[in-house]
Design a protein around this ligand. Structure first.
Ligand SMILES: C[C@@H](O)[C@H](N)C(=O)N[C@H]1[C@@H](O)[C@H](n2cnc3c(N)ncnc32)O[C@@H]1CO
Length: 147
């Protein structure tokens, strides 16, 4: 799993087109989304994560919690983003991992939005620009090498 974490004044998206044959079904309301004062987390779920998705979920949640507490963010935007890795997990595994991360972050008390999976999306982001505003993390299940 590769994550790019951007502490932002806001992140907003608009669904444009299908990017997969069968993208995640979404409601009219989910076609647009915006959060203010948010830690945006762009995530590519990787092939190696398929060996232990639950472990990757827990490690990702721990990393996100750590960064959120450092930048004092209590809102998280989970953003599926297939451009951080050249070894992507299959879409059905990736979607489940991202849905579980969303669930676990809510359980940890965060306000969470997740951008729809399997679409081309326009987005606007306002990065705050402080020293911890742009971070990346790589997560691998135990026993897997970091590629
Ligand atoms: C395209 C660009 O504008 C948009 N932002 C986009 O990336 N769309 C991705 C993700 O939503 C999702 N997706 C598929 N596989 C994965 C994966 N392994 N990890 C994360 N997302 C995935 O499926 C889309 C096409 O790859």
């Amino acid at each position: 799993m590769r994550m790019l974490l951007i502490h932002s004044d806001y992140l907003e998206y608009e669904v444009k087109d299908k990017a997969l044959k069968s993208p995640e079904p979404i409601s009219e309301e989910q076609k647009k989304g915006r959060l203010e004062e948010v830690l945006a987390v762009f995530m590519s779920v990787e092939k190696a994560d398929e060996s232990n998705p639950e472990e990757v979920v827990e490690k990702a949640v721990a990393e996100i919690k750590d960064v959120a507490s450092q930048v004092k963010a209590n809102r998280i935007f989970v953003y599926p983003f297939a451009h951080l890795s050249s070894e992507l997990a299959k879409p059905d595994v990736a979607l489940k991992v991202l849905q579980r991360i969303e669930e676990r972050l809510r359980e940890e008390g965060f306000e969470v939005k997740r951008a729809p999976f399997g679409y081309y999306k326009a987005f606007r982001l306002s990065c705050k620009g402080h020293p911890l505003a742009e971070l990346s993390r790589t997560i691998v299940p135990s026993g897997e090498a970091v590629s």
